[in-house]
Design a protein around this ligand. Structure first.
Ligand code: SF4
Ligand code: MG
Length: 328
């Protein structure tokens, strides 16, 4: 299937200055992350809070400059290590790659109506069409807020959380994007309405052939919703492949831990920080070798000294873990 957006070795260090230390330190938030978003396909990016998954989304949205690595859209390099380019090229990129945030309340301006938000987005992206009212109604119909007249003149606080997130999705669609970067789009919503929003995104993927990056700490939802799943730990990708394979036959010990500690879908979600043995490491001074080694029940000597490369396990499934060295 056609690759739309591709990250190649994305790396992001946030420099920090402390008054007591002269040495330059940095938070190594994202290191060497590669992934591919295919046309008409959902890719889940799964990890604990602090694993760098939101930073990956922001790098792909070109909200931060890269420390190193490359982003390609349809094979064309759109971002490399340097300052951000703003202006016309960036606006063209934003039209094609739209972001949806975790908190729809924060991303909508409370003093403006839904009509205002959507009209503005259509206008900015040159998609008002011949008849603005028709374009507005089409957008709301796409996110199943019908009849449109019932919603257009309301304000964000007059909608439920799920309706607000649907408006945020409609606003993203106003750009006619090819890619949606959805950063925990349902984690702040009531458990009972999460599935509806995920089903909507899946439906949009199919009807509009969108590529969706679905960022989540909930690997159970990745299994349900995503075609492919990529797992991050401490700023690095540790496993990836078809969602079915990664969730049914997880190869990396961290993925296995995530699945064992995943909440039962029929029970209320647990606090995401309470996900299994130990805590993810601080990324100012991450563990040597495999970053998971302090928590890994299978850690060997090599794990403490050498970073494991990706080992291919067949059918696009891979794991960055020394346990698979012989199979390479
Ligand atoms: Fe565990 Fe070693 Fe594999 Fe890391 S490389 S996950 S420490 S076995
Ligand atoms: Mg986050």
């Amino acid at each position: 299937v056609e690759i739309v957006l591709e990250a190649d070795g994305l790396t992001k260090y946030f420099p920090i200055r402390t008054p007591l230390s002269r040495t330059k330190k940095a938070v190594r938030a994202v290191e060497g992350v590669s992934l591919q978003l295919r046309k008409g396909s959902v890719t889940a990016l799964v990890g604990e809070s602090g694993s760098g998954k939101s930073t990956v989304a922001r790098l792909l949205a070109q909200l931060y400059p890269l420390s190193s690595g490359e982003i390609r859209l349809h094979g064309q390099v759109v971002a490399v290590q340097r300052g951000l380019t703003r202006g016309r090229r960036f606006r063209a990129y934003c039209r094609r790659v739209q972001m949806i945030f975790q908190d729809p309340f924060a991303s909508l301006n409370p003093v403006h109506s839904i009509r205002y938000h959507l009209t503005r987005a259509l206008t900015i992206h040159g998609n008002r069409g011949d008849d603005l009212e028709t374009s507005l109604a089409e957008l709301l119909t796409r996110v199943h807020l019908t009849p449109a007249q019932r919603y257009l003149d309301r304000y964000p606080h007059e909608l439920s959380g799920g309706q607000r997130q649907r408006v945020a999705i409609a606003r993203a669609l106003a750009a006619s994007p090819e890619v949606l970067l959805a950063d925990e789009p349902v984690s702040m919503l009531d458990v009972s309405i999460r599935l509806g929003v995920l089903n909507l995104l899946r439906d949009l993927k199919e009807r509009l052939h969108l590529s969706i990056l679905y960022i989540t700490h909930d690997i159970a939802s990745a299994r349900y919703f995503a075609d492919e799943t990529v797992v991050m730990y401490a700023g690095q990708v540790v496993e990836g492949g078809a969602s079915e394979t990664v969730t049914q036959r997880p190869a990396h010990p961290y993925t296995q831990l995530l699945i064992e500690s995943a909440p039962d879908p029929d029970r209320p979600a647990v606090d995401e920080k309470d996900g299994g043995a130990g805590e993810p490491p601080a990324l100012i001074d991450p563990p040597s070798g495999c970053r998971f080694h302090p928590r890994c029940p299978f850690a060997m000597d090599v794990c403490r000294t050498d970073r494991p490369p990706r080992f291919e396990l067949g059918d696009g499934h891979f794991a960055a873990c020394w346990l698979y060295r012989e199979e390479a």
